[in-house]
Write a protein that binds this ligand. Structure first.
Ligand code: SF4
Length: 103
């Protein structure tokens, strides 16, 4: 577990100095390419082109957890960390539907 994601254990209630950061830490899943919620508002990993099983169809009809290919590209981590479909999108979000929209 990354250091920043570890929870402090204290018998004394601590005041958060950065509630927004605390919120992002608590909602980010291991294996996400960046903080959950740092992407477009209202978007989830299931709508991202990077939420994929390499070598398989990337249809959005299955909500089974999948790895983030952007995370793997950025970190080189080969362990498969599965991201749930309803994880909030990060700043590397790339719409899987972008190629379907004509300008
Ligand atoms: S929004 Fe996309 S790039 Fe970001 S963690 Fe989710 S699947 Fe990965």
């Amino acid at each position: 577990m990354p250091l920043f994601a570890q929870k402090l254990k204290s018998s004394v209630p601590l005041t958060s100095v950065n509630p927004a950061l605390d919120r992002m830490v608590s909602t980010t899943h291991a294996g996400q390419a960046h903080w959950a919620g740092s992407g477009p508002p209202g978007e989830w990993c299931r709508n991202c082109a990077h939420w994929a099983l390499p070598g398989r169809s990337n249809n959005a009809d299955s909500f089974s957890p999948r790895p983030c290919t952007k995370y793997k590209a950025l970190t080189g981590d080969t362990k498969q960390k599965l991201i749930p479909h309803d994880a909030k999108a990060c700043r590397h979000f790339k719409s899987r539907y972008a190629s379907l929209v004509k300008s």
